[in-house]
Design a protein around this ligand. Sequence first.
Ligand code: SF4
Ligand code: F3S
Length: 106
Amino acid sequence: TFVVTENCIRCKYTDCVDVCPTDCFHEGPNFLVINPETCIDCSLCVAECPADAIFDEKDLPVDQRHFIQLNADLSQIWPVIDSTSNPMPEAEQWVDQPDKLQFLER
Ligand code: SF4
Ligand code: F3S
């Protein structure tokens, strides 16, 4: 399973969405998550993300392990997004900023 991690928060570029063959992405106010039940491990989304926020679960940095559960939980609540749209207006300012989990809106 692939996992969206912290660097997506407040950026939400959405380039990842169009390439996903199984519509795995679910959208919240300022973050996307991958539904682990629909992800087929194709890895196509990884290279699309300008924030390098998507990882194979097996390659997750240790400080991002908690995003496995967060993707699983929020994908049960948030609606599917099936096409790319505009990034967050301040994406360029927020990309690569540390400690963005505190800004996650649900
Ligand atoms: Fe979709 Fe493939 Fe990314 Fe899984 S790895 S979320 S199936 S594009
Ligand atoms: Fe987020 Fe990257 Fe997709 S910033 S919305 S995981 S392209």
